[in-house]
Design a protein around this ligand. Structure first.
Ligand SMILES: [Cu+2]
Length: 168
């Protein structure tokens, strides 16, 4: 979907500016970068899936329609920690809990806008939780990185559905 839109806008732009040959090569280069970005979705700067690993700590996360995450304790993360997040949606609308670097979350948010209305599957770093449900997410943190927990459903992050932390 994103690529089709990009192709259409690339043609529209090239036509408008009458810079067709130059513009076309610029845009095909950009599209390669985009494909790469989507391919990288399962990987992260802040760690990897902790599925199948023994958790070193468990953190309860509550999702609220006031566009807030509530943690039973402020996440205190160390390099190598395997955290079991127990994510409960106490609201009446679906919410997402996603783990990533600030850059990864910004990229994810752009993709969610493009895919508005489409069902998209969760990946290793993200769970979407329906109202009244609880879903676990296992993550192993790595490095000394800034971590951003985010709900990337359009409008939610902007309204404050995020939490910053760092790996020590
Ligand atoms: Cu949300």
């Amino acid at each position: 979907m994103k690529n089709i839109n990009t192709i259409f806008s690339a043609f529209a732009l090239a036509g408008l500016l009458s810079l067709a040959p130059l513009q076309a090569s610029e845009d095909s280069h950009n599209m390669e970068g985009m494909d790469h970005g989507e391919h990288m979705m399962g990987e992260s700067k802040v760690g990897k899936s902790g599925k199948g690993m023994a958790p070193t700590q468990t953190i309860q996360v509550t999702m609220l329609d006031t566009m807030r995450f509530e943690f039973d304790k402020a996440p205190s993360l160390k390099d190598g920690d395997v955290v079991k997040f127990v994510v409960t949606n106490k609201g009446k609308i679906p919410h997402e809990f996603s783990i990533g670097s600030p850059e990864e979350q910004a990229h994810h948010r752009e993709m969610m806008k493009d895919m508005a209305g489409m069902d998209h599957g969760d990946s290793d770093n993200t769970v979407t939780v329906k109202p009244g449900q609880t879903t676990p997410l296992f993550w192993q943190f790595a490095g000394k990185e800034q971590v951003l927990f985010a709900c990337n459903i359009p409008g939610h992050f902007e309204a404050g559905m995020k939490h910053s932390s760092s790996i020590n």
